[in-house]
Design a protein around this ligand. Structure first.
Ligand SMILES: NC(=O)c1ccc[n+]([C@@H]2O[C@H](COP(=O)([O-])OP(=O)(O)OC[C@H]3O[C@@H](n4cnc5c(N)ncnc54)[C@H](O)[C@@H]3O)[C@@H](O)[C@H]2O)c1
Length: 357
């Protein structure tokens, strides 16, 4: 099977999608559509065999493709998904699939009418750092988990192009929040009881560049997601990615997308004996409660290393197209993520937590 695809939107991620479609035996990229002539010129130079179009209607009129990857600015997704559905094409849409739950529902109605496949490029479900934490969660490596912290900090305050315009779907909640929330919901299989969010425009006029989100689940897990693009630092890297997982049998920390970190357990906890000053001071350190455990009490293990890569998204996709597997990313899941994002905005506005499911 060699399915013919078109990529709509040939920017940062669209370029990658063309290469991906050409690299899989199941697919080819035969057309690209972009409203920017310079981008089309680039396609013509790099891939003379690919047909180029400057609008999606023409693409659907003139090209016989089986499917599309929609990789245009966020505010274009709705219109392009509806057009692709009406043209009877398989659809992969970039994240965030839509700007609102209501828009997504309209898109889904068209997709169902057309009977085409529809999924979303939430490929960060295959990030190694996330998979390592998910393995720890699934295997209960630190016991009953009460907190998961997922954070991402950028140092130079730089948001670019349309990402700084609200109307185009800019802002960090749409850009990264959608991945970070998706990872947590995909991992924590429980009813989400409440959502709290603090969302700020620290240096950007129109859009958010910092957020902290707290998700409280029925299974007693609390997830905290924090992102800032303007966390200035003198460190050499341009970003920091961190995870912390706390359970009643130990803790896990993981840093960077290609993660390094440890799982730390103790052989014996400092016992809490009321009035027993000796026991407390036996733990040395700056304060008694936060004292360092005595030597020999900690067991330290490497975090699990999971063999995966973002490209696994497409491996699943092509198996699913052939009916051999289910699509990993399902529309009700991305709808739930969008609903959480809407609850985040409500919480940020009211400064209160929002009841969820
Ligand atoms: N899954 C991921 O990890 C990931 C990473 C980056 C971007 N994205 C998503 O991909 C999409 C594009 O982001 P980007 O960073 O590549 O942006 P970009 O600005 O680099 O590219 C977008 C391209 O779409 C074109 N475009 C805009 N409207 C169009 C229309 N109606 N028809 C055809 N082309 C149109 C623009 O001219 C531009 O060339 C966004 O939805 C973004 O959230 C996803």
């Amino acid at each position: 099977m060699n399915l013919k695809y078109a990529v709509i939107g040939y920017g940062f991620i669209g370029r990658r999608h063309v290469k991906t479609l050409k690299s899989f035996a199941e697919s080819d990229c035969v057309a690209v559509c972009d409203i920017n002539p310079l981008r089309l010129k680039e396609v013509k130079e790099l891939y003379p065999e690919i047909a180029v179009y400057d609008n999606a209607d023409q693409l659907f009129d003139k090209t016989d493709v089986d499917g599309v990857i929609i990789a245009a600015n966020n505010n274009q997704h709705k219109d392009l998904v509806i057009k692709a559905a009406r043209a009877g094409k398989h659809i992969i849409c970039e994240k965030p699939v839509a700007m609102s739950v209501r828009d997504l529902d309209e898109m889904v109605a068209e997709v169902e009418k057309a009977g085409v496949t529809f999924t979303v490029h939430q490929q960060r479900r295959f990030d190694k750092d996330f998979r390592s934490v998910k393995e720890c969660y699934d295997q209960k490596m630190v016991g009953d988990i009460y907190i998961i912290k997922s954070s991402l900090y950028g140092f130079n305050g730089n948001m670019h192009d349309w990402h700084v315009f609200k109307e185009e779907g800019g802002g960090m909640l749409y850009d990264w929040g959608v991945h970070l929330i998706d990872q947590i919901l995909y991992m924590v299989n429980s009813r989400l009881i409440s959502v709290y969010a603090d969302i700020r425009n620290v240096i950007n006029k129109e859009v958010d560049d910092y957020f902290k989100i707290i998700l409280r689940f029925e299974n007693r897990v609390t997830a905290e997601i924090e992102l800032g693009t303007y966390i200035l630092s003198d460190r050499p890297n341009w970003f920091e990615r961190h995870w912390y997982v706390g359970g009643n049998k130990g803790s896990m920390y993981a840093d960077k997308f290609d993660p390094s970190g440890k799982i730390v357990r103790t052989t014996r906890l400092l016992e809490n004996v009321p009035g027993d000053q000796e026991k407390s001071t036996a733990s040395y350190g700056p304060t008694r409660s936060f004292g360092i455990p005595e030597p020999g009490l900690l067991i330290v293990e490497d975090i699990p290393q999971v063999d995966c890569e973002q490209m696994d998204y497409f491996t699943n996709y092509f198996k699913a197209i052939k009916g051999e597997e289910e699509f990993l990313v399902k529309i009700p899941e991305v709808r739930r993520v969008l609903s959480v994002m809407e609850a985040c905005w409500k919480s940020a506005r009211t400064m209160k937590s929002v009841d969820f499911e």
